[in-house]
Design a protein around this ligand. Structure first.
Ligand code: MN
Length: 237
């Protein structure tokens, strides 16, 4: 089972409640739960005592403790999640991208932002903020300073997103094809763009599929996958 882009935050208790119900219910029946980034709206370090985030961590721990392997991949909002979070919740952190074998099919998993290559300015920011030295320097700052920086970055990002055309914020088709060739897959699954869809196309004479998870702003979004295949579903609330 796959989810992404919940953007959990205290200001959106409706999303949190849906996630708590999901974590206490269907997630525990899954063979595995993959969280493909942007679980949280922002993350300034595993030492943040935010009680809303604490409740969400407990919920994930509940899924792990129920015997379901939980995997987490960083998004562009929660890329500072670290080993402390993993220890608290029991998740295993995956590199972006990662190939997994799903019932005999190799599937490339990613948050998806790395393939938004048309947004050159964003890719510069991404390269900077994913640098381990940049992250270490950030984590040395006091928690209050990090929270203030995150709040400022968020305001800036909201102003910028409003002015970008739809095309620029979507993935680049050439980058997707290159990644599929590089990793030898014909199926790819990601989030980030908030454009849930199943895209089918030809890749070097083979049928290729790109599955895109949706965000949780207005309803949940999930990919359920079992031996019979997959489905991309909305979860109303
Ligand atoms: Mn994202």
């Amino acid at each position: 089972m796959f989810i992404s882009d919940l953007h959990l935050e205290a200001d959106r208790p409706d999303i949190g409640e849906q996630f708590l119900a999901f974590a206490a219910g269907e997630a525990r029946e899954a063979e595995a739960l993959y969280i493909l980034g942007d679980l949280f709206e922002s993350w300034v370090g595993d030492d943040d005592p935010n009680p809303h985030y604490g409740a969400m961590k407990d919920a994930i721990r509940g899924v792990s403790d129920a015997g379901v392997p939980v995997y987490f991949m960083h998004g562009n909002r929660d890329f500072m999640i670290g080993h402390g979070f993993a220890a608290e919740t029991g998740v295993r952190i995956l590199e972006d991208p990662t190939v997994v074998d799903l019932y005999g099919e190799s599937v490339l998993l990613s948050h998806g932002d790395a393939w938004c290559t048309d947004d050159v300015e964003y890719q510069h920011v991404r390269a900077m903020t994913r640098n381990p030295q940049w992250q270490a320097a950030m984590l040395e700052k006091p928690l209050e300073v990090r929270l203030a920086i995150a709040a400022g970055a968020r305001t800036e990002s909201q102003a910028r997103t409003a002015t970008l055309s739809e095309d620029i914020a979507d993935v680049n088709p050439g980058a997707i094809r290159d990644a599929m060739r590089e990793h030898g897959v014909r199926t790819i699954l990601h989030g980030h763009t908030h454009r849930p869809a199943v895209h089918r196309f030809d890749l070097d004479g083979d049928d290729a599929t790109r599955i895109v998870l949706g965000d949780w702003y207005d309803q949940g979004s999930v990919v359920r996958w079992d031996a019979g295949g997959y489905s991309l579903d909305e979860m109303p609330r």
